[in-house]
Design a protein around this ligand. Structure first.
Ligand SMILES: *[C@@H]1O[C@H](CO)[C@@H](O)[C@H](O)[C@H]1NC(C)=O
Ligand SMILES: *[C@@H]1O[C@H](CO)[C@@H](O)[C@H](O)[C@H]1NC(C)=O
Ligand SMILES: *[C@@H]1O[C@H](CO)[C@@H](O)[C@H](O)[C@H]1NC(C)=O
Ligand SMILES: *[C@@H]1O[C@H](CO)[C@@H](O)[C@H](O)[C@H]1NC(C)=O
Ligand SMILES: *[C@@H]1O[C@H](CO)[C@@H](O)[C@H](O)[C@H]1NC(C)=O
Ligand SMILES: [Fe+2]
Length: 466
């Protein structure tokens, strides 16, 4: 398939979607499209502890749940994390390029454990690999000897305005058979170079006493992706793990212990909100479940952060936040409203390209709209088309234990361009400073099938084409 231009590949993909889906029906309303695709409705259950994807690697105390996260602001560092079940260590990571795979070594600067009610974690290691070359494949090995394990990753190209880069987008993943399918489809797609993860990881908290063994099984399940490419994460409500009834009163404890993000590199004071640059994108992760009212730390940080984004360097400005600001399902309806009131005018002022959210277990893409004119007395409280506004995407459709959101508000509101109650993942393929190609794939009978695709024109560099 030609990818010479955004429009060519878009129309080809739309044609192929109809060829694959001759019977797909679409309902048009005063808003956009509501897909009437009905997936087989199976119960959503977490895979059992003995599922293949949950099995620890062989060998005494072998490092498991291996993952990498971006380790600095520019993409020249990586945080490698792993868990060992029986004792602390190995603490050492050997790494290098193809010619000399063990040329360098780094030590885990932190080895911790935590307790959650009656659960005791394994030994959680975090190790920073820094001063990496851009656009280079690195091999890394954790430990020495029989139980050591080897992986590889590729660093992003140097930050720049026309650097092509392809992100996967996944949300609300969980650890059901559907979750495994979503992850398998993302991997089979083979195009994503890093994942934008919009919150709600393991869903351990849906089990009695937030059974934290489910954080471990989840970590082992996703290793086949996250050990090889970073996931840029934001926290969802299932990361809060606040359970005063069993004495657990420190919000986000398991998430913060296990997932390390480079928040200090963006002058943030909390891992729950931070930014990174990657290739031609500037990514801001926000927390729906931390204070964001005026004067709060998160508000102040974002207020200082947005003017720092240099669109000549990173044209694509992307916000990750768990709870959607525009949602037309009868699930979590208006939960993102307070953040919309607080931050939407900034998103428009700074011409944010995309706001990616999860939380609602389905898929939806908005029109470019804003709703920022209201001032209590003027009645101007209706979303209106706005070329400076972001597109809002809800992609909480990873396939978790809570099942699919299938109940739409009717009629489809004018801000909603496309909505469909299916599990899946998306690919954001940035071509250059003006064009990005975006496609969402539904999980369908074992295959990934294109469900929605669109060409995004950059809000700063592009024309006002939609
Ligand atoms: C940007 O990419 C699009 C889609 O591939 C292409 O049509 C356009 O010519 C490119 N623009 C520049 C300035 O290279
Ligand atoms: C999960 O997906 C992988 C890759 O498709 C497959 O090998 C594995 O058997 C699946 N596991 C379960 C429990 O479905
Ligand atoms: C923005 O980035 C460009 C390209 O890297 C650079 O030339 C320019 O000086 C930067 N602008 C500011 C205000 O830092
Ligand atoms: C609210 O908007 C109305 C209509 O635009 C305007 O007349 C009024 O002065 C505004 N009120 C405030 C407090 O800004
Ligand atoms: C859908 O949600 C609405 C509003 O909460 C509710 O009144 C309705 O009964 C729901 N429909 C179904 C089929 O669950
Ligand atoms: Fe959620």
């Amino acid at each position: 398939m030609s990818s010479s231009s955004c429009m060519d590949s878009l129309s080809l993909l739309v044609v192929s979607a109809f060829l694959l889906f001759p019977t797909a029906l679409f309902q048009l309303s005063n808003g956009g499209v509501t897909s009437s695709f009905i997936r087989k409705s199976e119960p959503s259950v977490d895979m059992p502890f003995d599922a293949d994807v949950f099995q620890p690697p062989p060998g005494y105390n072998a490092p498991q749940q291996v993952r990498i996260m971006q380790g600095d602001h520019e993409g020249k560092a990586v945080i490698v994390s792993w868990v060992t079940p029986s004792e602390p260590g190995p603490r050492i990571v050997f790494y290098g390029m193809a010619e000399e795979k063990r040329r360098y070594k780094a030590h885990a600067s932190s080895v911790t454990t935590y307790r959650f009610f009656d659960y005791s974690s394994g030994f959680i290691h975090h190790c920073l690999l820094k001063n990496l070359e851009h656009d280079t494949e690195y091999f890394y090995q954790i430990g020495i000897g029989e139980s050591s394990r080897q992986f590889s990753f590729k660093t992003p190209p140097a930050v720049g305005p026309d650097v092509p880069y392809t992100f996967g987008i996944i949300g609300d993943l969980g650890q059901t058979y559907d979750s495994n399918e979503t992850l398998s489809h993302y991997l089979a797609n083979q195009r994503g170079q890093a994942v934008l993860f919009v919150g709600d990881l393991s869903y351990a908290d849906d089990h009695p006493n937030h059974d934290n063994r489910r954080w471990d099984t989840f970590g082992r399940m996703i290793e086949r992706s996250i050990a090889y490419q970073p996931w840029i994460t934001t926290a969802g409500n299932h990361e809060i793990d606040f359970a005063p009834e069993i004495g657990e009163v420190a919000p986000f404890k398991p998430y913060k212990r296990r997932y390390r993000v480079p928040y200090k590199a963006s002058q943030s004071t909390s891992p729950l909100w931070y930014s990174v640059k990657r290739a031609s994108a500037y990514i801001i992760a926000l927390s729906s479940y931390s204070a964001y009212g005026k004067y709060t730390p998160q508000y102040q940080w974002l207020q200082n952060e947005l003017p720092k984004v240099n669109r000549t360097e990173t044209p694509w400005l992307i916000v990750l936040v768990h709870s959607p600001l525009y949602n037309s399902y009868n699930y979590h309806y208006m939960e993102g409203e307070t953040m919309r009131v607080q931050f939407e005018s900034w998103f428009v002022e700074y011409k944010v390209d995309l706001v990616l959210s999860g939380h609602v277990h389905a898929y939806e893409r908005s029109e470019r709209v804003s709703n920022i004119a209201y001032n209590i007395t003027n009645n101007d409280a209706t979303p209106i088309p706005d070329p400076s506004a972001p597109v809002y995407i809800t992609i909480g459709d990873g396939g978790n234990i809570e099942g699919l959101a299938t109940n739409f508000t009717e009629p489809q509101p004018s801000y909603s361009a496309y909505r469909e109650a299916s599990f899946g993942h998306a690919i954001l393929d940035i071509k250059n400073r003006t064009h990005a190609y975006y496609a969402w794939y539904r999980n369908h009978d074992g295959n990934a099938v294109l469900g929605d695709s669109v060409c995004f024109y950059n809000r700063y560099w592009g024309s006002n084409e939609r």
